[in-house]
Design a protein. Structure first.
Length: 196
């Protein structure tokens, strides 16, 4: 399916334009990334929908991406691993937490642990996007911790179980994404800014 999409897209593009080989490679690379992102998004949305948590998944994704904007975190090095980890973490975690009734002390412990993890390890860069600017790293760490504290305050004061669990899920998933052990499991380099 992917090959058919790439071939027909490239045929359409090159039919009306004369493009050199280097540009063709760049376009093909971009199209492949687009195809993989769209298909992954469709699969994950279908999974959330089939589990009956599509709206909750969308809210969770917004919360998680807001936190991840500052904290960064691991990216899988191939599309298959990405699909599996995304399905487990981005759909599985909120699904599980929405089903659970956690004691208050455990919720507070998980929030506190997440904040400590962000203080120690955020932001966690990637090989493709190393965070070489020390000042920007400090700002991103500060913002990650601030957002995590805001999420924690909301978890404490809100009465709505669903929103509380989605906030908690986003803290936990982002905590996992910045941990060095996650990078080790995914076999991707950690602290890439030291290698530039």
């Amino acid at each position: 399916m992917k090959e058919k999409f790439l071939k027909s897209s490239m045929n359409f593009i090159t039919k009306n334009e004369t493009i050199d080989e280097e540009t063709k490679e760049k376009i093909a690379f971009g199209l492949e990334g687009l195809y993989l992102s769209v298909t992954k998004l469709i699969i994950i949305n279908l999974l959330a929908f089939s589990l009956g948590i599509w709206l909750e998944f969308v809210i969770f994704l917004a919360l998680f991406n807001f936190l991840r904007f500052f904290g960064f975190g691991a990216h899988a090095n191939n599309s298959k691993t990405c699909l599996i980890t995304s399905s487990l973490l981005l759909v599985g975690t909120p699904y599980l937490f929405l089903k659970l009734s956690l004691p208050t002390y455990l919720i507070y412990t998980l929030c506190t642990t997440s904040i400590i993890i962000f203080i120690l390890y955020a932001p966690a860069d990637t090989e493709k996007r190393p965070l070489t600017n020390k000042k920007k790293r400090k700002i991103r760490k500060f913002m990650t911790v601030i957002v995590a504290c805001i999420f924690t305050i909301l978890i404490v004061i809100l009465k709505n179980h669903t929103i509380k669990m989605l906030l908690l899920s986003s803290l936990i998933v982002e905590s996992i994404m910045v941990l060095p052990i996650t990078y080790k499991i995914l076999k991707i380099p950690y602290r890439n800014y030291l290698k530039v």
